[in-house]
Design a protein around this ligand. Structure first.
Ligand code: ADP
Length: 482
C-alpha cells in the first residue's frame, strides 16, 4: 500500500474551474478503493471553507512558513471517505470566486507567492515535518500550481517519490525574474534545465524537470506534447524525459454522471430505455424557447469559451450551420468576444440557437442528456471529459481527432472489430471539416437503426476509473521500488 499526498489546486465539489477538479475528486476515490492511503492537499479558498462546513473542518497543525502563519486543516471530500488537508493562509487564499484570477479576469498579482507557499507546505508534509506522524511514499502533483513541489523536494535526500501529472500544458505558470527573486528558491534553480524558461520563471518546469515520473491524461497527448506543435516550447524537455512519461486516460465519476440516476434530468434513462432520453430533449427545447420537435437534431456544447475549444471553428461556419435543420445549445464562459458573438447569434435565431453564459453544473448535466450530438472541435485536448460524459449519455460526440478525443471517439471501426463507431471524427482542425462532419452526423440521425447502434456502442464502453487507477498504482510501485 502506498501513502499518497495528492496535491491539487482544485477538487470537485469544493472548487472547480475545469477537468482537473473532476480528476482530483475521482482518482483519489478510486485509489482509496484499491486500498491505498490517500490525502488530498488543497488551498483553503473561501468557497472551499464554505463548501466543507457541512462535513466539518478541524485544525490539525499550526505552522510558520516563510513568514506566513499557516493553519493546516482536515476535512473530507463531501460524500466520500477521502481525507482533504487544507492549507489555510487567509491573506493568500481567502478570496472569492476563481482560484487563479480576480473579478476583473486578470491573474492574482501574487499567484507566484500563493502557489510557492502551497508547495512549501506540501514539502513539509512530505518530509513529515508538519507534526502529523504521516509521511507519504508518493507525492502526486498536478499542473503548474504544484510544479514547485518536486523541485523543492529534490533538495532533500530520501524524499518521497514524486509524480507530476500534466492536465494541460498550455498553462505553464510563467512569471518574471522579479517574481523568482521574491521567492525563497535556490539561485541554482535559475537555469534552463531547471525552472528558467526563456528568461521567465516557469512553475510547470519544476514538475517536468524534477519529478521522478511524469504522466499526462491520454496516450495521444503524451505523444503530441513531445512535438513542437503541441509542446508549448517544452517539447524538448518532455521528449528528453520520455523514459519516465506515460499517458493514462482519465476516467469519469460514473455515479455523478449516470443517466440512469442523474437527479438533474427531467427523465432518467439507460441503454434499454433510450426513448426516455427524448423527454429530456423536448423539455430542454421548451425551456430554452427552441422549436419543440424531437426529429430536429440537437447539438450541445459545454465548456470554456477559449481558443483551445475550437469556438472559432463553430462561429466560422455558423451561416451554413443555420441552413441545416438542426439546433444548437451552448453553455460556457470565457473570452468576451466569443461570448458576445454567440449571444448575438442566439438573439437573431432564438428557435435554433440557445446560449447560456456562466457556469452551471446542473444545466451541463441536462445538456449532456438532452442533446443528440455533442460538439467538441478542440484544437488540442489533453483528455477531455465532456466527450466521455456524452458517450455515457448516448449523445454522440463530434470531435477533432486530437489528444484524448482521438483515443476515445471513433468513426471508422477497425478491421478486428474491437473499435466500434461511437461518434463523428474529423482529422484537420478546419471549419469546413467540422461543418461536413456535422452534416454527416445529421444525415445519420435520420437513419434510426444505425443511430441506435452507434448510441449502443457509445453507452457500452466502460470509462470508470477502475482501469486507470490501477495504472497509476503500477507507476507508484515502480518508482518507489527504484
Ligand atoms: P477543461 O478541463 O479543458 O475545461 P474538460 O472537458 O476536461 O475541459 O473538463 C471540463 C469540465 O468542466 C467538465 O466537467 C465540464 O462539464 C465542466 N464545465 C466546463 N464549462 C462549464 C460550464 N460553463 N458549466 C458547467 N460545467 C462546465
Amino acid at each position: 500500500m502506498q501513502k499518497i499526498l495528492f496535491a491539487t489546486s482544485e477538487v470537485y465539489p469544493l472548487i472547480k474551474t475545469g477537468g482537473l477538479a473532476d480528476v482530483a475528486a475521482s482518482l483519489p476515490r478510486a485509489l482509496l478503493k484499491l486500498g491505498q492511503d490517500v490525502k488530498i492537499l488543497l488551498p483553503a479558498y473561501t468557497s472551499v471553507m464554505e463548501n466543507t462546513k457541512s462535513v466539518g473542518v478541524k485544525e490539525i497543525a499550526k505552522l510558520e512558513v516563510d513568514g506566513y502563519s499557516v493553519s493546516l486543516k482536515q476535512t473530507r471530500l463531501p460524500g466520500t471517505k477521502v481525507s482533504v488537508w487544507l492549507v489555510d493562509v487567509p491573506e493568500l487564499f481567502a478570496r472569492e470566486g476563481n482560484p487563479y484570477c480576480g473579478p476583473d479576469g486578470n491573474d492574482w498579482y501574487d499567484n507566484h507567492k500563493r502557489f510557492y507557499l502551497f508547495a512549501r507546505v506540501a514539502e513539509l508534509i512530505a518530509l513529515d515535518k508538519a507534526g502529523q506522524n504521516w509521511q507519504p511514499t508518493i507525492v502526486h502533483c498536478n499542473d503548474w500550481q504544484t510544479g514547485l513541489i518536486p523541485a523543492l523536494l529534490s533538495l532533500h535526500p530520501n524524499h518521497p517519490a514524486t509524480v507530476f501529472t500534466i492536465h494541460n500544458l498550455a498553462y505553464r505558470g510563467l512569471f518574471s525574474y522579479q517574481a523568482f527573486a521574491e521567492l525563497n528558491l535556490p539561485t541554482a534553480f535559475w537555469h534552463h534545465e531547471r525552472l528558467e524558461f526563456y528568461g521567465q520563471l516557469s512553475f510547470i518546469k519544476g514538475g517536468l524537470a524534477f519529478a521522478d515520473f511524469i504522466t499526462t491524461v491520454s496516450p495521444s497527448y503524451a505523444r503530441e506534447i513531445q512535438l513542437p506543435e503541441f509542446g508549448n516550447g517544452l517539447d524538448g524537455l518532455i521528449a528528453y524525459r520520455n523514459d519516465s512519461l506515460a499517458g493514462i486516460l482519465n476516467g469519469i465519476d460514473t455515479d455523478e454522471w449516470n443517466p440512469g440516476t442523474d437527479p438533474h434530468l427531467t427523465c432518467n434513462y439507460n441503454r434499454r430505455t433510450l426513448a426516455n432520453k427524448t423527454k429530456n430533449k423536448l423539455a430542454l427545447q421548451e425551456e430554452l424557447g427552441l422549436a419543440i420537435d424531437a426529429s430536429i437534431p440537437l447539438l450541445g456544447f459545454v465548456g470554456r469559451l477559449v481558443d483551445q475549444k475550437g469556438v472559432d471553428l463553430i462561429l466560422e461556419q455558423m451561416n451554413q450551420f443555420l441552413n441545416l435543420n438542426c439546433q444548437l445549445v451552448v453553455l460556457g464562459s470565457g473570452f468576451p468576444h466569443y461570448e458576445q458573438a454567440l449571444k448575438n447569434i442566439a438573439s437573431q435565431h432564438p428557435k435554433k440557437v440557445a446560449v447560456t453564459l456562466g457556469y452551471n453544473e446542473s444545466f451541463a448535466h441536462r445538456i449532456e442528456a438532452s442533446s443528440d450530438m455533442f460538439l467538441m472541435p478542440s484544437i488540442f485536448e489533453p483528455c477531455g471529459l465532456n466527450q466521455l460524459y456524452s458517450l455515457r449519455y448516448g449523445t454522440l460526440p463530434i470531435v477533432h481527432a486530437v489528444g484524448g478525443l482521438r483515443d476515445t471517439v471513433f468513426e471508422s471501426p477497425d478491421d478486428a472489430g474491437e473499435v466500434k463507431s461511437n461518434g463523428f471524427v474529423f482529422s484537420v482542425a478546419a471549419a469546413q471539416e467540422l461543418f461536413s462532419t456535422i452534416r454527416r452526423a445529421c444525415d445519420l440521425f435520420q437513419q434510426k437503426d444505425q443511430w441506435k447502434q452507434r448510441q449502443a456502442n457509445a453507452m457500452s464502453k466502460d470509462f470508470s476509473w477502475d482501469v486507470s487507477a490501477k495504472e497509476y498504482v503500477a507507476i507508484y510501485e515502480q518508482i518507489t521500488a527504484q
